[in-house]
Design a protein around this ligand. Structure first.
Ligand code: ATP
Length: 244
């Protein structure tokens, strides 16, 4: 079956710095894929390349079989790629519901009834009771939920989540994981960059590890996490420490 997303030999250089180094992988439709790696490894840059915020220096990005490498983020969003950002920037003076309506009218959702669709999304993400509050009055968890809701309002087939669990308490993180599990169960494909590994492992079926812009490990999440090489680069646990 044709993959939903394919990256083929994707490179990105900022001057002399190579931030994405020959990144190649396919995402089958319906899969939840996790991406981990040390700070500065090139994870958010990879999202910029998939979402269209940045063009690659070379290589191709295909979505639903079409080459989207030269398409801007707005076109990719309408095609079905939505992204939540590490630091949410909602329209703070607008209500939560209005924020979703903007996203819904911008994206390619084709919701027959956008107002009802936005109401349903807020119900799914646990924000319905805040629908008429200004976005600027929300707590951190609620802002994260709004970020997720705005991405969903565009009607994505592929949802890119950039460190959405960062800064939350353990209980808040658990609640958010349940919401993301529900979104995945509804058929939305997900790529999730996250440092909170236990949250990630509760959702994803496959894990990719990036270091210095390269894919250095890939596969079933628990097998990848127990690889001594991954433990060394990601958690600083050396094979010698384990033997001691
Ligand atoms: N627009 C840019 N111009 C120059 N350098 C950049 C640019 N964007 C990112 N970088 C550099 O590319 C490298 C990778 O950054 P990136 O944000 O992709 O890493 P990351 O893995 O997401 O890190 P973190 O886990 O801290 O969010 C860093 O060294 C960063 O400083």
């Amino acid at each position: 079956m044709q993959p939903l997303l394919s990256l083929n030999g994707v490179n990105k250089q900022f001057g002399a710095l190579t931030v994405s180094d020959n990144i190649t992988f396919d995402l089958p439709k319906g899969q939840a894929l996790g991406i981990i790696g040390p700070n500065g490894a090139g994870k958010s840059t990879l999202f910029n390349l998939i979402g269209g915020a940045l063009p690659p220096s070379s290589g191709t990005v295909s979505f639903k079989g079409a080459d989207v490498t030269q398409q801007p983020a707005s076109v990719r969003c309408r095609a079905g790629i939505a992204r939540s950002f590490q630091i949410p920037h909602p329209f703070v003076g607008m209500s939560v519901y209005e924020n979703l309506l903007v996203a819904s009218s911008f994206g390619g959702s084709g919701h027959r009834n956008p107002k009802e669709a936005c109401r349903e999304i807020l119900d799914r993400t646990g924000l319905l009771h805040k629908a008429n509050r200004p976005a600027g009055s929300l707590t951190l968890l609620e802002r994260k939920r709004l970020e997720l809701s705005r991405a969903l309002a565009t009607g994505p087939e592929l949802l890119l989540l950039d460190e959405i669990a960062g800064g939350l308490t353990e209980a808040e993180c658990h609640e958010l994981v349940e919401t993301i599990q529900g979104i995945h169960a509804s058929g939305v494909s997900i790529i999730w960059i996250e440092h909170i590994v236990h949250a990630l492992l509760a959702v994803v079926e496959r894990l990719i590890v990036i270091d210095f812009g390269k894919i250095v490990a890939e596969g079933e999440p628990r097998a990848v996490m127990s690889d001594p090489f991954v433990q060394e680069i990601y958690m600083g646990i050396s094979v010698d420490d384990q033997a001691a």
